[in-house]
Design a protein around this ligand. Structure first.
Ligand code: 2AM
Ligand code: CA
Ligand code: CA
Ligand code: CA
Length: 280
């Protein structure tokens, strides 16, 4: 018996249902945003759709699991980082849902079709379920600890790229100014080494794409747990590797990540270290 199945309620079904419902609603609001606000800067936006999607997901989760805790991006003070300490504080029960109702808000605001809903469930601090839904392509990426990673019935496997020079690596243009300059150093170093780089603007979707073998890896500093929790499990369950930028194993409080198919992981770590772009 899996420890997280409470009575007849299945948290994976709830996670998928939440992601599908929120995703469909987000898609219906594309080009119909009522309010766009800047959190700290013109690079850091929040809309009524981010808030509405989070409210929808919270309500659905609590209907099924009233005793569970929920950490969502729009439920914390703007700029508050989901550090390991903050996560511990947010979680008084054994179950903590970690949600990003809309990852890729800037894309959504500009009708650039690359954004997703990310929902993870952690049990005693360890992520056991991860769901990432792209409503534009109707792609539902699902991972369960120890049981694999799937997309619409297909098992996800990371890419077979043998070397960094055969890989497409995703990177991020983080809205935080200090983080952006560190990321740029990493990006510069990677640009000569990888086959090509992509910056899609959604951390969670980058992780799902590494899990699905569409990207060889992903590097970004200054992420939050709601960006990474679902996707990190997904990459691991697809046979890939997720560490912090210095090579330590992933945990939900990790802010600076290197993610890969496993084979090219050491190469990525070395490039980022040599560039002084670990962010640590
Ligand atoms: P968001 O769309 O949920 O805000 C873009 O490079 C990525 O950075 C997105 O996943 C985006 O998530 C995230 N992001 C946006 N603002 C951020 C911030 N202030 N700090 C860290 N990450 C952020
Ligand atoms: Ca945001
Ligand atoms: Ca995010
Ligand atoms: Ca978000």
């Amino acid at each position: 018996v899996t420890p997280y199945v409470v009575g007849s309620k299945n948290p994976l079904a709830v996670a998928i249902n939440c992601a599908a419902k929120a995703g469909e609603w987000i898609k219906s609001r594309l080009g119909d945003i009522k309010a766009v606000n800047e959190k700290f800067s013109p690079q850091d936006l929040v809309t009524d759709v981010d808030k509405g999607a989070e409210a929808m997901i919270r309500k659905l989760i609590l209907t099924h699991f009233p005793s569970h805790d929920i950490l969502g991006e729009e439920g914390v003070a703007p700029g508050a980082a989901a550090s390991a300490a903050a996560l511990k504080e947010a979680s008084s029960s054994e179950f903590l849902w970690i949600i990003d109702p809309l990852d890729g808000t800037t894309n959504f605001v500009h009708s650039f079709p690359f954004f997703c809903v990310s929902i993870a469930l952690a049990f005693k601090g360890e992520v056991i379920i991860g769901v990432i839904y792209d409503p534009i392509r109707d792609e539902m990426f699902v991972a369960e600890k120890g049981k694999g990673s799937y997309m619409h019935g297909h098992t996800n496997r990371v890419s077979a790229d043998a070397r960094l020079e055969e890989s497409i690596i995703a990177v991020g243009f983080n809205p935080d100014r200090q983080a952006a300059s560190i990321n740029l150093k990493g990006i510069t170093a990677l640009s000569g080494k990888a086959r090509s780089l992509r910056a899609g603007g959604s951390a969670a979707l980058h992780l799902a794409y590494v899990a699905a073998g569409r990207l060889g890896g992903y590097y970004e500093v200054n992420l939050n747990s709601w960006d990474t929790a679902a996707g990190a499990l997904m990459v691991a369950e697809s046979g890939g590797k997720v560490t912090d930028t210095t090579g330590n194993p992933y945990h939900v409080g990790a802010r600076n990540l290197i993610v890969s198919n496993g084979t090219i992981h050491q190469e990525l770590l070395e490039v980022i270290k040599a560039a002084g772009a670990t962010g640590n």
